[in-house]
Write a new protein. Structure first.
Length: 248
């Protein structure tokens, strides 16, 4: 009973915070959740708990914009590569090398933190999209399959396409939704998606949605740039801690 209560408190706190970050920035729920849960449990267990709240919040983000069809026609080669790469890489996070998976998760978080703090101004010309999209999608899928983190290098790539703000948010929702479904498939393929984890993941939906609502309210009052800088600095420190634990 104590263990179940402690798990419920952990899930509520983590997904409330992760939802607030997503509501404020439009991304970050799986990254924050995986990073914090990864301090308390193996990455494969954290990834299993992430599936349902990530899927629900990303579908919400995906369907909130008006250009789903146009974005899907433009980005489907990248999304197909994301799915294939995630399925190919899911054996890493589901395998026995939990220390290596923790270190890989830490490296992905630290890399994302550095990229966010540096804010590189990249631009991908339309002529490069036919080959760049699938390449970025495959790498993103492998990173997702190995660590449960969906963001590298998909987020910087989508940000370099010159999309309007609402289109970018919807494109991120599309990429994260595909990654979540593919990760669930990969975990199930390797027998790492137990029914108990699915039930606990379902319980995390409510605090995640509450956090998104609260983050949306805070967005109009807070200075997003200051919060964004603190967020990426926190990811860098969290990633360093996970790398230390994994290598130790």
């Amino acid at each position: 009973m104590t263990d179940s209560f402690s798990l419920a408190l952990l899930l509520c706190g983590v997904f409330l915070l992760a939802g607030m970050v997503k509501g404020l920035l439009g991304l970050g729920l799986p990254t924050v959740a995986m990073g914090l849960l990864g301090l308390a449990m193996p990455p494969v267990e954290a990834a299993a708990l992430l599936i349902v709240p990530s899927f629900v919040t990303n579908v919400w983000q995906l369907l909130a914009g008006p250009r789903f069809g146009a974005l899907l026609r433009r980005l489907w080669p990248m999304m197909l590569a994301v799915a294939a790469g995630t399925l190919a890489g899911s054996g890493i996070i589901a395998g026995a090398a939990t220390h290596a998976a923790s270190a890989a998760l830490g490296a992905a978080l630290a890399l994302y933190g550095v990229a966010g703090l540096a804010k590189p101004r990249l631009r991908v010309p339309p002529t490069a999209e036919p080959w760049a999209g699938p390449l970025v999608g495959a790498v993103t899928g492998l990173v997702t399959g190995a660590t449960g983190v969906f963001v590298i290098p998909a987020v910087p790539y989508l940000g370099s396409l010159g999309l309007a703000r609402d289109d970018l948010v919807q494109a991120l929702g599309l990429s994260f939704t595909v990654s979540t479904i593919a990760l669930a498939g990969g975990l199930a393929l390797h027998g790492a998606l137990p029914l108990a984890a699915s039930g606990s993941s379902l319980l995390a939906v409510l605090p995640a949605l509450a956090g998104m609502w609260l983050g949306g309210r805070l967005r109009s009052r807070a200075r997003p740039e200051v919060f964004r800088r603190c967020f990426f600095l926190g990811l860098l420190l969290l990633g360093g801690e996970l790398i230390w634990r994994g290598l130790g």
